[in-house]
Design a protein around this ligand. Sequence first.
Ligand code: DX5
Ligand code: ZN
Length: 225
Amino acid sequence: MAAQFPPLVAPSVLSADFSRMAEEVIAVERGGADWLHLDVMDGHFVPNLSFGAQLVQALRPQTNLVFDVHLMMAPVDPYLEMFAKAGADHIHVHIEAGPHTHRTLQQIRALGVKPGIALCPATPPEAVAEVLDLVDVILVMTVNPGFGGQKFLASQLPKIRTLRRMADETGRDIRIGVDGGVDVETAALATAAGADMLVAGTSVYGQPDYGRAIAALRAAGRRAE
Ligand code: DX5
Ligand code: ZN
């Protein structure tokens, strides 16, 4: 299937005020967010620590938003069940995180969670060719993962185009998400290349009006139609 419009907008709580996390989540739900992006960092796969399944579980009763959990972890397999039980609706794992991604994605599906595959900027699109039948989302990193507030890597746009073609060839409904440095300018570029899900940390939580920020991102995606 082709890219869907308008794109979904998934604010990343990594850029939220951690001392008021429940309020921050409710605020983006009221502001029209489609999904809530939760970035889990292990200090090993990426050079930063964020939070674990306890926070996911604590936030679950606060909102009806789809929980889009991005695990920047290696190994990741021992923790899948923990995040599924905590309330993840989607779990993204990195193709770079281990040699057995095929099994990992099957395990996520068996847990009743939608699997996603994430690719770091250095990874070519062909790296995920053999697992496309197992995923519902492809998450293209447009920064090196580990921190919010980094600059969008325009070098990743051809990769988004290639992955959109590869996803369409499966005949399945696969969302292509873009994660890192997404703002109204880069959202337009990414959606024109075939992305239909926008992760946004700074460009939502760094703005005074979350609802306006979310609408602006969605509208930037519409421009590409
Ligand atoms: C980066 C994370 C992103 C991050 C994006 O490692 O995966 O989801 O929160 O933040 P911004 O939108 O500020 O680049
Ligand atoms: Zn992320």
